[in-house]
Design a protein around this ligand. Structure first.
Ligand code: GLU
Length: 281
C-alpha cells in the first residue's frame, strides 16, 4: 500500500507551488488506495511560526486534500534525531566543524546543489565539539555502505552520489538534526513508501539513500515532481509576490477548483511547470 506525505516548513505561508506538491502527494496516495500523511518540518526554531501551521491545515482542507491520521511535528522528535546522531558518531562517521559560511565559501573549490562544497577543512582536525556542527564523512560512509541505488518513479534508477554535497551537516550547532537527517528518519518512522517532493530536492535523495543504508532504514521509492515557476524561470515564492493560498482562500476563491486546475496542468498566466533541477531559488 502506498504511503505518501506532504512536509511543509512553517516559515512562511503556502503558495501555489506548495498546493501542487500537496495535490501530487495526495493523489498518488489516493490512486493506490493508500495513505496521505502530513508532517510539519518545524525544527528551524528561529524561522518556524505556529500560526503558519494553523493556516496550512485550513489551506489543505480548502483545497480538498484531507490527510490521514495525526499531523506529525518534527519538533516533537528531537530525541530520535539525537539518538541517530549518536549512532553515527559511534560508527566514527561524524566529525565536529566550526567553519563559518564565509570560510567555506573562501576555501571551496567546487559548487554543489546547495552552494559551495565544504572542502573537508575539519575532517582531520582537533575541533572543540562544544557548540559545533557535526558533518558526515561521506567518503568513509560510502566505503562502509558500498554502491547504492535508489529509484525515482519518473527518472528511473539512480546510482547514489551523495559526494556531490561534500561532507553534509547532519547535526546543526543549534539542533540535534539537519533537514537531511530529520527527513530521512521521519520518512522511515511514518512508514512512507513513496517520497514525493519537488525536483529541487532531487539531489538530496542521494544523501537520504546513504543515511538509510547507514541507519538500516527501509528504502522508499521517490517521485520528484516538476516545480511551478514564474515567467523568468524562478520558483514561485511569496517574497516575489505570488499570492499565498491563505490570501486566495480569504478572497473567496474556490480551493477545490484550484486543486483540479493544478491536476489538469492548467496554471495561472505566466506560471508553468519546470522539470529543471535548478530554478534559482
Ligand atoms: N520541508 C521541505 C519544504 O518545505 C520539504 C522537504 C521534503 O519534502 O522532503 O520544502
Amino acid at each position: 500500500m502506498t504511503v505518501t506525505r506532504f512536509a511543509p516548513s512553517p516559515n512562511g505561508p503556502l503558495h501555489l507551488g506548495h498546493a501542487y506538491a500537496a495535490v501530487v502527494a495526495h493523489d498518488l496516495a489516493r490512486e493506490g488506495d493508500g495513505t496521505f500523511r502530513l508532517r510539519i518540518e518545524d525544527i528551524d526554531g528561529a524561522r518556524s511560526r505556529p500560526e503558519f501551521v494553523e493556516e496550512f491545515l485550513r489551506d489543505l482542507e480548502w483545497l480538498g486534500l484531507g490527510w490521514d491520521g495525526e499531523v506529525a511535528f518534527q519538533s516533537h522528535r528531537l530525541a530520535s534525531y539525537a539518538q541517530a546522531g549518536e549512532r553515527l558518531k559511534a560508527m566514527g562517521l561524524l566529525y565536529p566543524c566550526r567553519c563559518t559560511r564565509a570560510e567555506i565559501a573562501a576555501a571551496a573549490t567546487a559548487m554543489g546543489p546547495d552552494g559551495p562544497v565544504y572542502p573537508g577543512t575539519c575532517r582531520h582536525r582537533e575541533v572543540d565539539p562544544e557548540g559545533a556542527a557535526w558533518r558526515l564523512d561521506v567518503t568513509r560512509a560510502m566505503e562502509i555502505a558500498g554502491p547504492l541505488e535508489w529509484m525515482d518513479e519518473r527518472a528511473g534508477p539512480q546510482a547514489a552520489t551523495p559526494q556531490v554535497f561534500g561532507d553534509v551537516v547532519l547535526l546543526r550547532k543549534d539542533l540535534p538534526a539537519s533537514y537531511h537527517l530529520a527527513a530521512t528518519l521521519d520518512d522511515a518512522a511514518d512508514g512512507i513508501t513513496l517520497v514525493t517532493r519537488g525536483m529541487d530536492l532531487f539531489p538530496a535523495s542521494h544523501v537520504h539513500r546513504l543515511l538509510q543504508a547507514l541507519l538500516e532504514l527501509p528504502v522508499p521509492v521517490w517521485h520528484h515532481h516538476g516545480l511551478l515557476v514564474e515567467a523568468d524561470g524562478r520558483k514561485l515564492a511569496k517574497r516575489r509576490g505570488s499570492p499565498s493560498l491563505g490570501d486566495r482562500r480569504r478572497a473567496g476563491e474556490d480551493g477545490r477548483a484550484i486543486a483540479d486546475a493544478l491536476r489538469a496542468g492548467r496554471f495561472p498566466a505566466g506560471i508553468s511547470l519546470s522539470q529543471a533541477l535548478d530554478t534559482g531559488t
